[in-house]
Every structure is written in C-alpha cells, then in structure tokens.
Design a protein around this ligand. Structure first.
Ligand code: IVH
Length: 719
C-alpha cells in the first residue's frame, strides 16, 4: 500500500491524488474479483465500501483525474473471466429519470408534442394517454432467451451491449420457466426483467454468513448481483433469487399491441409479472399511482427505488423511438432523495468557463445514502437569498440519484446567534473584474473575459476533459501553471508544447513530460462531435455536439454554414437541426460572429485532424439496417398533415437517414408537404427524388399497406 492512503482527501496534491486513484482502482478490482468470481472476500463489506468512498471522494475533488478504469465508471462489475460474453441482439437500454412532478409533466408534454396526426391527438391528451405504471425494482436486469419455448440463454445486462452468459445460474431460479407454458409465444423471444432478492432472503443469507464468520452483504441488490455471478450454480441455487418480467428484446414476431397485453401474455407463459403494475389514463392518474406505490414501499417484500412509466401502446412506443441510451416512451420516476443535516463551514465562489459565479457550500462531511458528501451547490445568489443560507448554518441536504447534493432548507433553530446574511461578491474572486447580472439572468458573470485566469483555465480544462479531447495527465493545476507562464494561451498551443518546455518544471520529470506529449499527440485526430463539444460554446454540450456532428457531418460543412456573411442564414440552418432551438442557435451564431473564435478555430485546425461524422451502425429497435433510408440524406419542406416535424425527423433518423435543412445535389429525397416553397423548386431543378406525404409514409414504413407489419403487431395465434 502506498503511503498516501493515510492522507485526508482535501490535503492530497494532484500527483498524490492520481497515485491514490491508481491504487484504489487496482485494489477495488482485486476485491471485486475475490468477491464475485472466487466468492472468497478478504475484507469486510464495510472496508470495501470505505475504499469505494475514498475513490469517489477523490474523484469529486479531482474530476480531471478520473481514470478510464475507475471503479465509479464501471456499471456493476467488469465481466469476470469465468463467463462467456453475450452480445445482445437488441441493446439493453436504460431509462430517463424524473425526480419530481414537473419532470413527469414534461415527459407527457413531450409525448403530446410528438404526435400530430388527428387520430393520435386525442389519444395522447394529458388526461387520456394510456400509460402503465410499475414499481422500479432495485435489482439487476437480465435477458432470458427462449427458442421454441425452451430457455436457451440467460444473460446479464453488462454494459447494455455485451453481457455475460449466466444461463446455468438463471436456470436455478424457481420462478423462471425453463419451458414456456400456454401457447401463442413467438418461436424466438427474449424476455427481460429484473433479478432481485426479497429482504427476508437477504437477511437469511446474511445471518448464515455471519454465523459462518463471513462478511455480510450491504443490501439485497449486492447480494443478488453477487449470487447471479457465481461460477458455481450450486451456490446460486441456495440463494433465494427471483425474477420479475417487464420487457422483452428480440422476438421473431410481434406478440402484443400494448404493454399491458404483453404482461398478460408473459404471465400466461409462466413468468411472474409485478402485481402492482397498473394501467393509468393521463398524468394525474400516473402521479396517483406513484404516491400509492410510494406509500406502500416499506410493506413490499423487496426494495424498489421508484416507479417506471411506459406508454402502453406499442405502436406509439415504436414511433417515439429512442434518444441515445433511453426510450422516449418510458420514464423512471425516482423516489425522493435521501436527506441529512450538516453544517455549512464556508461558502465559496467558483468561476466557470463562461464567467458564471457559482456559490458552493463546503460542508462538515456527512454520509447521505451511503456516500460521503462535503460540498453542495447553492446555484446562484437568488437561491442563497431566498433560502437565507449563511455560513455556519445547519442545513438539510439531499442527494437524488447521482445528482450533486443540494441544500433543501436551513434549520433556523440551530442558527448561531452571531450569524450574518451572506453577501454575494460583486467582483470576480479571481481577476477582480466587475461581476454583473444582466437583466433577467439568474447568474452573475465575471466581465474579465479573456483576461480572467479562472475562465481561461476552465475553458482549457473543458477542452482537454474526458468527453472532449480527453488528454490524459493534463490536470487543472498544470493547465493553470502553463497558462500563467504563457505556455498555453489558446487550445492550439497545447499541440505545440514541447517536452523540453515541461520537463524540469515543478512536479515534472523527463518521463512525465514525455508521457504528456505522447498523450497529446494521440489526440491529434478527433471525432467531429468531440471537437464541437471541446469548443465550449455556451449551451452546447455533448448531446448538442452530437446533433450538430450528425447533421453537418464535417467541420468544413458546419463552418461554411455558420460563417455565411448573413447571420440570419446561419441561424436558420441551425434551426433545421432537430433538437436545436432559437436560444441555442443564437449562442452558436454568436460564437462564430466573434473574430477571435474564428481565429482560434483556424489555429486549431492547423494542429488537429477533425474526422468526418460516421453514422453509428448500431440501430435501436425500430431501426432497420435494410431500411431504404439508411445512409440517405433527406430534406423536409412544407407542412405535413399527419405528423409533426419532430416525429418526421425522429422517424427518418431512426431509419438511418441524415435529415438536412437545404437541398443540394447530395440530397437523396425531398419530402414535399403543403405550401412548399423554394426547396421544392430547387429539388426539381436538380432532379432530386421528390416524395409526397403518402410516399414518405410508405418509405418510412408508416403507410396504409405498411400498417400491419409495423404499427399494430398482431399477436400470432393469440386470442
Ligand atoms: S424497463 C427499455 N421496467 O431500471 C426499457 N426497468 O434505470 C427497459 N428496472 O436497467 C427497462 N424495474 O434494470 C424497466 N419495471 C421496470 C423496471 C426496470 C427496474 C431497472 C432496469 C433498468 C433500470 C433503468
């Protein structure tokens, strides 16, 4: 063990923190291996938790040091060598989370806005849309594949794309059918659901382990995960695991029209489905279901952490499709965060890369829901004033999922008598320029711009961060030092650094300097989306960068569109990107309008090669590799009667098309709606294939003759 293990997280230097993270990654991996693969842990769960907590605490302080192999980045445990890998035919997705009622209402509003066909509008109205609400089981998901009614494969979720073959272990679960009962099941069906352990079983397992002098498990979820991944199925068989079916992956034929109907079939075929699942009409009924399930939470024999909502109609589900890793038709409404009380020791102001002053509360460390919390965001000065939060106050804090802890309220009874209201600074704590609030804005911003060290360093930190250029070894402190000494002023300078300039500086040797240069060289080729994200344009994060990359395909094309002499034209081009609104477009156009930003780009493209966007070939369900739209460029012009722009674009993109805003010789299809203008004329002059609405619907698999195969999904032999 290295000597740094004894140093408190706040006292670690960056070098020490990096060494600690390396040690913890190795140690935790070692104990995972002992625990999960060999079932022979050497340390108690509490000691193990301490390791993970320390890892998380260091990462919270030194986010730029988070390793690729960090224990916190692993979903569950890395596949152990004992199991064969399984690639899921249909990826196992996760769910979008909702933390409050407004998130749920937004979800429903999003669905209403998606559908414009007259026959859909009434069905998706706020008080009418059919949604199933079901408990969100706190276990681990698994996929069970049946061929001709026989269980042939059981797999863990893994990272969603690749899991582990745990068939022998799954076979030991008493409530998993080995052969399907009833009739009407498709020849191939992959039933998905949650493997979990009831609290009673969990206590029994722990009692046994305690009696045998073995370390006990922390919660039912851990013991379920550990049990499923036993190399010896006999051990799994002794652990009382259960399975709830709630979804499915690949099927040789559709088997239900609605989620509720699917659950009925699954139940008829021998699966346990959750008896608390229920059909709701509209958002208010859904919220009532949430409250009821929440009220009974403690009485259920197993742990749940929220309620999952699923649009009931499978035809609508298919049309809604997916956004990145989660379906648009489902939502996980989490139960409220766990709360705790602690003292605010100090309020500090951090300056972001756009100059925003963010107040942060430094707390007396406290454990909330199993994680040590030392900092909480205070959002902005209004928030502090509204809640009258002061240094020295005892406050209620809460964590919701992975979100940064928040201060809920002040415990006034515990306020010290000498307490004074917090004065928000009116100047930047770093460069001392005036910090101003523009009318209508919540944030106070430093006006220092390019002279503010904090902003410059934050922008560079963002540039090299994991989702951008991902330059390993270039931590915040180094960037600050390089910036102060004038070694790096703008991003392009990073690529002109020489090992000789770095070696010999404080904290650097020949080897570490050479390593840094190597890490930089490795990043000279970069994907378009990372490049766009790295620019740090206000409001443009990873998701928007991806939208832009997918839409414009190459940096040259994007720049041409953005740097047109007419800002209006650039703005209009952006509005054609599905997911980009007026505000964001204005920020992007504003970025390009600044001469120094264009110079920065010119400088940067001398140093790096930005790769053109390549369409991912992994399509979610509903997408088809054989789609006539795959890889094609399509333009919509004029209004469509049967669907909104959003739905048309989502559909085209789900089928692998690139949706463009303007017609060119590269355009494959132009869909001409009502009142189409110049784009249609241009398409005609270029000889681009033009489609009317009916032709588009058929091409998209939504036309009259396509309805049977795509929209309804009549159950084979059902009824
Ligand atoms: S549906 C595409 N339903 O929650 C939809 N998931 O946070 C797939 N989970 O990975 C998931 N209860 O492990 C669904 N009733 C339920 C669930 C549920 C628990 C888990 C599941 C998933 C995770 C997402």
């Amino acid at each position: 063990m290295s000597t740094y293990a004894e140093i408190a997280v706040e006292d670690l230097t960056e070098t020490e923190a990096a060494a600690e993270l390396a040690r913890l990654a190795t140690e935790i991996a070692h104990h995972d291996q002992l625990y999960y693969a060999k079932d022979a842990p050497e340390i108690s769960d509490a000691q193990y938790d301490e390791l993970r907590k320390r890892n998380n605490a260091i990462e919270a302080h030194f986010s730029e040091l988070i390793r690729d192999d960090s224990p916190s980045r692993r979903v569950g445990v890395a596949p152990s060598s004992g199991f064969a890998k399984v690639t899921h035919a249909v990826p196992m997705l996760s769910l979008e989370n909702a933390f409050d009622e407004q998130d749920v209402r937004d979800f429903f509003a999003g669905i209403r806005n998606f559908f414009r066909r007259p026959e859909d509008v009434a069905r998706v109205a706020a008080d009418a849309i059919e949604v199933m609400a079901e408990p969100k089981i706190d276990g681990l998901s698994a996929a069970l594949r049946y061929e001709h009614g026989r269980l042939v494969l059981g797999a863990t979720r893994g990272d969603g794309v690749t899991g582990e073959d745990v068939t022998a272990n799954i076979r030991t679960l008493r409530n998993v059918p080995k052969t399907l009962a009833g009739k009407g099941w498709p020849d191939v069906i992959e039933v998905r659901g949650e493997i979990y352990m009831e609290r009673e079983g969990f206590f029994a397992v722990n009692a046994e382990r305690e009696a045998a002098g073995e370390p006990v498990f922390a919660n039912p979820r851990n013991v379920a995960a550990g049990s499923l991944r036993q190399l010896d199925p006999a051990i799994t068989a002794r652990r009382p695991l259960k399975f709830f079916a709630y979804h499915w992956g690949e099927t040789s034929a559709p088997f239900a029209r609605t989620h509720g109907e699917a659950l009925e079939h699954l139940s008829g075929w021998g699966f346990t489905v959750n008896p608390r699942s229920r059909l709701c009409h509209g958002v208010d009924e859904v919220l009532a279901a949430y409250r009821e399930i929440g009220a009974d939470r403690a009485d259920l024999p197993y742990d749940i952490d929220g309620v999952v909502y699923k649009v009931n109609d499978i035809g609508l589900q298919r049309r809604l499709g997916f956004v990145s890793r989660a379906p648009r038709w489902a939502l996980a409404h989490k139960f409220p965060a766990q709360q705790a009380q602690t003292v605010i020791e100090k309020i500090d102001i951090q300056v972001g890369r756009m100059g925003t002053l963010t107040p942060v509360a430094f707390l007396a460390p406290i454990t909330v829901g199993g994680v040590v919390v030392q900092r909480a965001t205070l959002h902005n000065e209004d928030e502090i004033a509204r809640k009258d939060i002061r240094e020295g106050d005892t406050v209620v804090i809460q964590r919701a999922g992975d979100v940064i802890p928040q201060v809920v309220s002040v415990v006034l009874d515990k306020r010290p008598s000498n307490s004074v209201p917090y004065q928000f600074p009116e100047e930047c704590p770093v460069c001392h320029s005036l910090a101003v609030r523009e009318p209508g804005m919540a944030a106070r911003r430093c006006t220092g711009g390019l002279i503010c060290a904090a902003q410059a360093v934050e922008r560079l930190k963002h540039f090299v961060s994991r989702d951008c250029f991902d330059i390993e070894g270039m931590g915040a402190k180094h960037i600050a030092a390089f910036w102060e000494d004038g070694l790096i002023q703008r991003p392009g300078d990073i690529f002109r650094l020489k090992a000789e300039q770095i070696a010999g500086r404080e904290g650097w040797g020949e080897l570490s300097a050479a390593n840094l240069i190597r890490a930089i060289v490795q990043r000279r080729r970069i994907s378009l989306d990372r490049f766009v994200n790295a620019l740090g344009i206000p409001q443009v994060g990873q998701a928007t960068a991806r939208l832009l990359a997918r839409h414009y395909r190459s940096l040259d094309h994007w720049r041409r569109e953005m740097e047109q002499p007419d800002n209006e034209a650039a703005h209009a081009s952006l509005l054609d990107v599905h997911g980009i609104g007026d505000d964001m477009a204005a920020d992007i156009v504003g970025f390009f309008a600044e001469a120094h930003n264009r110079e920065l780009l010119d400088d940067l493209v001398h140093e790096v090669e930005v790769l053109d966007y390549e369409s991912p070939n992994r399509l979610g369900p509903g997408g088809a590799a054989a789609s006539p739209l795959a890889g094609k460029t399509i333009v919509f012009t004029g209004g469509l009667e049967t669907m909104s722009r959003s739905e048309a674009k989502a559909r085209a993109e789900a089928l692998g098309a690139n949706v463009a805003s303007s017609v060119s010789a590269k355009t494959n299809f132009v869909v001409v709606g009502a009142d189409a203008g110049s784009k249609a004329t241009k398409a005609a002059s270029l000889g681009v294939t033009m489609l009317d609405e009916g032709q588009w619907l058929r091409l998209a698999g939504l036309g009259e003759d396509a309805a049977e195969s795509t929209a309804s999904g009549a159950p084979p032999g059902a009824g």
